[in-house]
Design a protein. Sequence first.
Length: 472
Amino acid sequence: MDVALASAEERLGQTLRGKYTIEAILGVGGTAAVYRATHRNGHRVAVKMLHPYLCKSKDLRARFLREGYLANLLNHRGTVRVLDDDVTEDGAVFLVLELLEGQTLEELREASVTGIPLEEVLRLAEELLNVLEVAHDHGVVHRDIKPANLFLTTDNQLKVLDFGIARIVDEIGSASSTKTGTMMGTPAFMPPEQALSRPKEVDAQSDLWAVGATIFNLLTGEHVHSAESTPEHLVKAATRPARSIRDAWPEAPPALDAFLTKALSFYKAERFLCAAEMRDELRHVRNTPGAVSPTLPAPKPRTSDQPTVVAPRDIDDSVRAMTMSGGEIGRATQPSNLAKRRRSWALVGAIGAVAVLLSLGGTIAFVATRGPTPIKTAARPPAGDPPPIPATIASPRPALPTARPPSTAATATAAPTPTVATPALKPATRPPPPARPPAQVKTATAPPPATAAATAKPTAKPAATVDVYKPF
């Protein structure tokens, strides 16, 4: 049995601080378990409790509680209210949150045979932008907007979950903020600057890019980048522009296509500047004649499983529970689902991350929030001397300019290797016999192979200092 699940089951029937009686497990993640509980006054709530072995870390305890403080700071109906926080008699820290009933947009899309109607997707996107406008005005960047973190209640209210990895912009560099050189979020919904692990460049516009990626996914059942693994998503997010929605849905309205093209631009200068601007443009799309015509065929949804990955110094407090972050409030999580979440992607993660290192020039460690084990990639392998052959090379490190560069850029090529004069292409032979005078020899002999190699090597060696990246 899963250790986290076994630990969570031990809490069933307990009464925390004489107030909250634990009744059922709603979800178990890599860092916390979520329960349905009843207060002594009869009020039903959700209790999110940090796993006991993580409660030993003072830093993790503080970050876990900070999630609640962020949500209450926003004071918006689109966030999950934190009602209380406390520590159990045995030292486990927990949050008490409002109990939600409904399902995530990811679950809603996967359960639908024809997909979520276009008009409904755009309406929900507008509600999401309303929440983000308030968050950004308070200096809070979510960093993990995706369908799995958007919850639709039974009374049709959208709730934004998982502020557990959110960041207050003014806290960059503090002990509680994300460390420089780390990466947090979900690769399939990451803008380039986030996939490149540049935390100081991740801002409100990064959240807006993820909104565009979420709309794309809800309408098509596909991601903006076609990839078969999380590491491949990460590489493509860092190096390639998003594709047009018409690539996945040819019947997409032109107004929607233009909207998403701007929202998903590789260059921040070409994106929407703020949530209010994006919301206004979204309303224009909704009001465009034919843009949300019910006669348009809805694309068939495709099931996806993209975990949130984080790279903090310690394990992050992100967990899949339908409260602030991740599980399933309103229905129990079956053990089979938990087993599914423990799928092994350590090998492909290591291989894919090495490919990222070749283009980013750094070390990225990341862990899936569905399991507490961090995965660390190996450092860049030493590069050997390349053969002295001219070759076309790629840019060593993908730059992220704020504006699109001129279209006259050319592909860099290695300088041609000079050749040694060899009139006769025969292998070098022994010197002629003494009876034949050397002066009568008209043909120059080919130099020994070692001499030719020594001559050519210095001109080709600079190529060894250039990173060669060939994506898939």
